[in-house]
Design a protein around this ligand. Structure first.
Ligand code: SF4
Length: 351
C-alpha cells in the first residue's frame, strides 16, 4: 500500500499516513527524568525542523517527568516503552502523543488490553516497533534467521494482539541494521498492512556511514511510494538526524525548501568553492522557499550545467558571475560573492 492509501493516524497535531506529508522524527539523548534538559533538547530539535520527538521511558522517574515534558514540548512526544505496561498507562495519562511498544513484550493479553483501552480512550496511536535484533525465538526457529518475512510475521502477530481489542490506530516499523533486509521487510509490510509505516535503518552508525545507509534504505522505500514518517538513527547529536532526515526527504522530492547544488571542483576552479558552497548552504538553512541554488567552479561549464537552478554563482579568476536560470546577471568580485548571491535571491523575493 503506497503512502496515499494507508490508514491515517494523528500523532498530536501531526498527521501520519493517508497521504500526509512525510514527517521527520528524532529521539532525545538526554535522561528523560531530567525534564529541563530534555525540553531544551526538544526545542533545539524543533528549531532544526524536527516534526515528532521520541523519548525513552525506562523507569518511574522518566514517567514522572512526562507530564511536564508533554505539556511544554513544542513537538508531539512519543513515549518509548519496553516490558512494563504500567509505564505505558502513565505516559498515556501524562499526555504522550504516541506510545511505542511491542505488545508481545509487555506481559500478556490483559496488559495489552489495558494499554489499548488507555490509548484508545485518548486517541493515542501505538507504534509497534519490530527490530531484527529482538525477534521472537519461535520466528527465528521457523525462518532460521531474521528474514524480511519473519519481521513481517512478527509485526502481524503484534498488530493482531491490538486488533483483538478493537485497536487499529497503529503505525509499524520493521528495522534491521542491514539495508537490504530493512528494505525487503518494508516492501513486504506495505503489501500486507493498511497501517502507516515508520521508516528507519537501525544502528545505522556514525554520521557519514549512518547517513548513507539511511539514505539508501529510507530513500529507496520513499521512492517506491512507501513510508509515512522517518527517523535517521545516527551515533551523533540528534540534530544531525533531523538534518539528514530533511535532506533525504528533499532528495526524494517529498519536502520543499532550498536545495544547494555545487560542482565537485576541478583544475579549472580558481575560487574557494568549498567554503562558498558551505556558506550558501548555511545561509539558506532557514529559507522556506522552494529554490535551487547552484555554486559552480567555473564560467565555462557552470551556468550551463546548472541551467535548471533558479540562482547560481560561477567562479572566475578573482571574481564570479551570478546567474538566474542559466542567464548571467552580473559579475562580482570574489570577496563578498556569497553576499551578492544572497542579495540577488532576496531581491527576487521582494519583487
Ligand atoms: Fe570543473 Fe567548472 Fe565543472 Fe566545476 S563547473 S567541475 S570547475 S568544469
Amino acid at each position: 500500500m503506497t503512502r496515499e492509501h494507508t490508514k491515517q493516524i494523528r500523532v498530536g497535531r501531526v498527521a501520519v499516513g493517508g497521504g500526509a506529508p512525510v514527517s521527520v522524527q528524532s529521539m532525545c539523548s538526554t535522561r528523560t527524568s531530567d525534564a529541563e534538559a530534555t525540553l531544551a533538547q526538544i526545542r533545539r530539535l524543533a528549531a532544526e525542523g524536527c516534526d515528532i520527538i521520541r523519548v525513552a521511558v525506562p523507569d518511574g522517574a522518566a514517567a514522572d517527568a512526562m507530564e511536564r515534558i508533554c505539556a511544554e514540548s513544542p513537538l508531539p512526544v512519543v513515549a518509548d516503552i519496553h516490558f512494563d505496561y504500567r509505564l505505558a498507562l502513565r505516559c498515556a495519562e501524562a499526555g504522550a502523543a504516541k506510545i511505542r511498544i511491542n505488545p508481545g513484550n509487555i506481559g500478556g493479553a490483559e496488559h495489552v488490553r489495558l494499554v489499548a483501552e488507555a490509548c484508545g480512550a485518548r486517541g493515542i496511536p501505538i507504534r509497534i516497533g519490530i527490530n531484527a535484533g529482538s525477534l521472537e525465538k519461535r520466528l527465528l526457529e521457523q525462518y532460521g534467521a531474521p528474514t524480511a518475512q519473519a519481521l513481517v510475521e512478527s509485526a502481524a502477530d503484534h498488530a493482531a494482539l491490538l486488533e483483538r481489542f478493537g485497536f487499529t490506530d497503529i503505525c509499524l516499523s520493521l528495522k534491521a541494521s542491514s539495508v537490504p533486509l530493512t528494505l525487503a521487510a518494508y516492501r513486504l509490510a506495505a503489501q500486507r498492512f493498511p497501517y502507516p509505516l515508520h521508516l528507519g535503518v537501525t544502528e545505522a552508525g556514525t554520521p557519514l556511514q549512518g547517513t548513507v545507509r539511511s539514505a539508501m534504505g529510507i530513500g529507496a522505500a520513499l521512492l517506491d511510494g512507501i513510508g509515512d514518517t522517518i527517523r535517521v538513527s545516527l551515533t551523533a547529536d540528534p540534530a544531525e538526524e533531523v538534518r539528514a532526515g530533511i535532506a533525504i526527504l528533499r532528495a526524494a522530492g517529498l519536502r520543499g525548501g532550498p536545495q544547494v547544488v555545487s560542482c565537485p571542483t576541478c583544475g579549472r576552479t580558481q575560487i574557494d568553492l568549498i567554503a562558498a558552497a558551505n556558506e550558501v548552504e548555511r545561509r539558506l538553512a532557514g529559507c522556506g522557499r522552494d529554490i535551487t541554488v547552484a555554486v559552480m567552479g567555473c564560467v565555462v561549464n557552470g551556468p550551463g550545467e546548472a541551467r535548471e537552478a533558479d540562482y547560481g554563482l560561477a567562479g572566475g579568476k578573482g571574481e564570479a558571475v551570478l546567474f538566474r536560470r542559466g542567464e548571467i546577471v552580473r559579475k562580482v568580485p570574489e570577496p563578498g560573492m556569497v553576499d551578492a548571491l544572497m542579495a540577488l535571491i532576496e531581491e527576487d523575493k521582494e519583487r
